[in-house]
Every structure is written in structure tokens, then in C-alpha cells.
Design a protein around this ligand. Structure first.
Ligand code: GLC
Length: 534
């Protein structure tokens, strides 16, 4: 089966709206409390009606689910809780028939400890070829009782685990996610084959998990604060890997989006050179507080860093790892920082929702592609998960200080009156849903003119029909302090008021869309955005 719409000149990804599905929580087709591919297939019309161009699935492969599927045991099999490979193929074809492309998630930094390679490594002796695909080392200290180095974890906690014969293995995440050794040819070959396996099945793109972490300093030297290069982040050899991946993707007309968390703009842009990744997530935008100056600076910096390599920017407000947008924007600190997540942070959801609506219009008017995380179109807030129901390892590894990421992974509400709000034929999904989510259900919002769903649907419809939106240039317009105002081609204006008083709108012919009601005198209230025809 060839990739649908595949052609090298087809630059759909330069301004696509890509919807992220977390399969465990999207829709449950078999009623066992866990989302699955049958559920996704049944709900594909929602995505088509919303008007998205592509869907990115977080990992759907066979996995013990220690880290929500980011612990992959077999890349060529769908987890039985989600369905079968045959269903995945059908899903890809059905989505294509609705004009929706499929992007999958590849996790090259590590595998599950249940992956055949790691089991073979554990069953083999120190120094064996099976262990060379991972980072096994003797410990330090008189009896090897200390870990081989002092590397900090990407989750809190240890990065080395000792096995019974005394060796240690490296895992930047949980002990159930051993890091692969990217200096080993098997590791490279296997990933290239996995890419082909999925491209052959019609997948249009790949999201690369932890894309800047794969290559390790060969000496596994200790981490020294402030000394470059970092022993495991952004090592130069990564670019060799991505060039070889790009050549494979080009054969199929497929695209990459990298999960690259790097504050340094110049280093970040290297991943986007024309023979490397097509795009990477814009985390500087995601983490930026709701402040006009800082947003404007972030937008300018983003466009400036992408321009020299000719790559389109991406705009992301949330995903399965971070606090949901309406919650974050309703807090005193409207930025995002993993290290600052705490239980019980005071939140004004009405304020956060107003801002999230304005942010939606801002984001969808910027040049480049946009990622939407499932439930963002419903304005779902971060849910409070009772500690005894939390499953995310970030919570456990922080000793219960960090609430973890389950609050943004709660099963979606589809039907206000059905058990589990129509998520599936169960009253007890894998994570509990808040008691007041009936009003957030898709069926309620679909016909409600003021709902978040209606706003997103309308914005996506206009984005498709307005040639000025999507890829292209942006020009800032004069505006009052605290107001962002920019023009796109074809006389389209986006104005966002982040100040604490109403703003006068620039002269315009027509109001195309507003994130909330305007004042009776036509002024733009605070935390409100509009699209205008100039
Ligand atoms: C990425 C994923 C996150 C996962 C981690 C380890 O950051 O987005 O969910 O826990 O990688 O694979």
C-alpha cells in the first residue's frame, strides 16, 4: 500500500492542523475501560468534522504501559488492549478516505525492558554482544556498588539500575525503559526497518520521541553543569542519524516532527536543515506565559530561527505531558515548567478558558503548522486524579511531589448522558473522569454556538478557506501596549488583547471570528482575540 497523497512536492505539512490522539483515552470500543483503535475508528467522523489534516497517535505498540506506551516491547505489533495490526491498517485507510493523514510515534531512545533485545541482554553475560545494544557498565566504588556516572534523569530519580550479576544499565527515564546504544549498527538498522514497516502501511509521518537524547558521550563522562556539550543532550552525531532517516522518509513522501526540547535557537534549527527533520515541536511557545511582550518575542524568535533553514514553525499549546491549556492560563504562573507542577495550585478556570479561546485564534493565525491535543477542542481542564488512581511514573519517581501527567490524560467525554460520558460502555474508565464533565461532552458542545468546539470548528474552517492563513509571512501592526496585532496575506488581521483594559480594534471591513463577545462600543475586551478582514 502506498502512502496516501504521497508526493515529494506535496507540502501539506507546512501548515497542517495535526490532532494528537492519546489512544488509551480517546474512545473505548470494547467497553473495557481503555481506549482502543475500534474506538478511534468509530469516532473518526469527529476529526473530519473538526477539520484537521492529520492525526498523530502516541505509541500504540505492544507495551507493558509503564510509561503510557513509551515503553515499547514490539514496534511491529499493536498492543492487544488497543487492537491489532489489521485494525491499524484499516484505520489508516479509513482516515485517508476522510482526508486525514496518520502520523505515528517512534521512541528511538529506549525500549521496554520486555523488548526481546533487553530480555536477551539480561539473559546474557557481561561483555556479551546482546548487552552491547544497551549501555551496560560495571559500577564505580570498591565493589561496583555505585552507578557508573552521575547523569540526571529526565524524570526524577536514578538513571542506572544494577542487575544481579553486578553490572548496571542506563535508563534516562524509568528502569523499565533501558536506553539503546545508538553507536551499535543493529540499533540503527532496526529503526530504519521499523520506519519502512510503517511507511509501507501508509503512514504519512513520524513523531520522534525524545529526539535530542539518543546519542551519548561514548565515555559516559559525568555531567558538569554549564560545560558543553552535554553528555546526552544534543550530541552532534544525532544529525547523522536523522539524515539517514530523512532519505528513507523521502522515498515515501513522509514527514518527521521531532520532540526536541532545546532552548538554544541555533542548535534547535540544526535539526531542521533541509536534509534532516521537516519540523519540530515549538516548546518555547508552549511554555511561554500569557503575556503580550513575551509571546511576541517568542513568535519573532521562532520565525527567525526557522527562516535560515527554510522550515515551517509549529505552534503547540499542550500535549499529553503538560498541564492543560485552560488550567495553565487560569493560574498566577501562566507559563509551563515540569519542575513547578504541584497539587492544589489555585486556578480560575473561567479566566483560563477565556484566554485559551483567545490563544486558539492566535495560534491558528500564525504561519506554520498547529498541533491540537485531544480535548483541547473541548476546553477540557486538567483533572484532579485521586493519588490512589495515579499511574504516571513521574508522580512516583518524584516521591509524590509532582502530580504527574494523568490529569491531562483523562478519557474524553463524548455524550453527556451516557456511562463514562460515552467514552465506552463502562462506568469506570482507566482514569476517573471529573463529575462535572457532562457539559463538556462533544454532543452538548456540537450545537452550542458559544462552545469551545464550535470556536475550533469555525476557526479551522476559516483557516482552510483563507489563503492568507497557514504558511507564509506575518507582519506586526501598530497596537496599544499589551495588544498583539498582526496581518497575514490577503488583508487578514489577528488582534489579541492581553492587556487589562478593552482595546480599540483597527479599521476593518468585516469581523470574521471572535473568541468572545465584543463590548457594546465595539472594543475588544481583555483576553479576547479576533480575526478581521482589513
Ligand atoms: C517523551 C514523551 C513522554 C515520555 C518520554 C519518555 O517526552 O512525550 O510522554 O514519557 O518521552 O519516552
Amino acid at each position: 500500500m502506498a502512502a496516501p497523497h504521497s508526493s515529494r512536492s506535496d507540502a501539506w505539512w507546512r501548515d497542517a492542523v495535526i490532532y494528537q490522539v492519546y489512544p488509551r483515552s480517546f474512545a473505548d470500543g470494547d467497553g473495557d475501560g481503555t481506549g482502543d483503535l475500534a474506538g478511534v475508528r468509530a469516532r473518526l467522523p469527529h476529526l473530519a468534522e473538526l477539520g484537521v489534516d492529520a492525526v498523530w497517535f502516541t505509541p500504540w505498540y505492544a507495551s507493558p504501559m509503564v510509561d503510557g506506551g513509551y515503553d515499547v516491547a514490539d514496534y511491529r505489533a499493536i498492543d492487544p488492549a488497543f487492537g491489532t495490526l489489521d485494525e491499524a491498517e484499516k484505520l489508516i485507510a479509513e482516515a485517508a478516505a476522510l482526508g486525514v493523514r496518520v502520523i505515528i510515534d517512534i521512541v528511538p531512545n529506549h525500549v521496554s525492558d520486555q523488548h526481546a533485545w533487553f530480555r536477551a541482554a539480561l539473559a546474557s553475560k557481561p561483555g556479551s554482544p546482546e548487552r552491547e545494544r544497551f549501555h551496560f557498565r560495571p559500577g564505580r566504588g570498591a565493589n561496583g556498588e555505585l552507578p557508573p556516572n552521575d547523569w540526571p534523569s529526565q524524570f526524577s530519580g536514578a538513571t542506572w539500575t544494577r542487575v544481579p550479576d553486578g553490572e548496571w544499565y542506563l535508563h534516562l527515564f524509568t528502569p523499565e525503559q533501558p536506553d539503546l546504544n545508538w553507536a551499535h549498527p543493529d540499533v540503527r538498522r532496526e529503526h530504519e526497518e521499523v520506519l519502512r514497516f510503517w511507511f509501507e502501511r501508509g503512514v504519512a509521518g513520524v513523531r520522534i520521541d525524545s529526539a535530542a537524547l539518543l546519542v551519548k558521550d561514548p565515555a559516559l563522562a559525568d555531567f558538569v553543569e554549564g560545560v558543553d556539550p552535554h553528555p546526552y543532550i544534543d550530541q552532534d552525531d544525532l544529525h547523522v542519524i536523522y539524515r539517514s532517516w530523512r532519505a528513507i522518509a523521502d522515498e515515501y513522501g513522509a514527514v518527521f516532527v521531532g520532540e526536541v526540547w532545546l532552548p538554544d535557537a541555533e542548535r534547535f534549527a540544526r535539526y531542521l536543515r533541509p536534509d534532516e527533520l521537516h519540523t519540530a515541536f515549538n516548546f518555547n511557545f508552549l511554555t511561554c506565559p500569557w503575556e503580550a511582550d513575551r509571546l511576541r518575542r517568542t513568535i519573532d524568535a521562532t520565525l527567525a530561527e526557522h527562516a535560515p533553514v527554510g522550515a515551517p514553525a509549529t505552534w503547540v499549546l499542550c500535549n499529553h505531558d503538560v498541564t492543560r491549556t485552560v488550567t495553565r492560563y487560569g493560574r498566577e504562573d501562566t507559563g509551563f515548567d515540569f519542575a513547578k507542577k504541584r497539587f492544589g495550585t489555585p486556578t480560575d478556570l473561567a479566566l483560563g478558558t477565556r484566554r485559551a479561546r483567545a490563544a486558539a485564534l492566535l495560534t491558528l493565525a500564525l504561519p506554520g503548522s498547529v498541533y491540537l491535543y485531544q480535548g483541547e477542542e473541548l476546553g477540557l481542564p486538567e483533572a484532579d486524579i485521586p493519588p490512589e488512581r495515579i499511574q504516571d511514573p513521574m508522580y512516583f519517581r518524584s516521591g509524590g511531589v509532582d502530580p504527574g501527567r494523568d490529569g491531562c490524560r483523562v478519557p474524553l467525554p463524548w455524550e453527556a448522558e451516557a456511562p463514562s460520558y460515552g467514552f465506552g460502555a463502562t462506568s469506570d474508565p482507566w482514569l476517573p473522569q471529573p463529575p462535572d464533565w457532562a457539559r463538556r461532552a462533544v454532543d452538548r458542545q456540537r450545537t452550542e454556538p458559544e462552545s469551545m468546539l464550535t470556536l475550533y470548528r469555525e476557526a479551522l474552517r476559516l483557516r482552510r478557506s483563507e489563503p492568507g492563513l497557514g504558511d507564509g509571512a506575518l507582519s506586526w501592526q501598530p497596537s496599544e501596549e499589551g495588544v498583539l496585532s498582526f496581518a497575514r496575506a490577503g488583508g487578514l488581521l489577528c488582534v489579541v488583547n492581553l492587556s487589562d483594559r478593552p482595546a480599540v480594534l483597527p479599521r476593518h471591513e468585516r469581523l470574521l471570528l471572535a473568541s468572545g463577545p465584543l463590548d457594546t462600543d465595539g472594543a475588544l475586551p481583555r483576553d479576547t482575540a479576533v480575526w478581521l478582514r482589513a
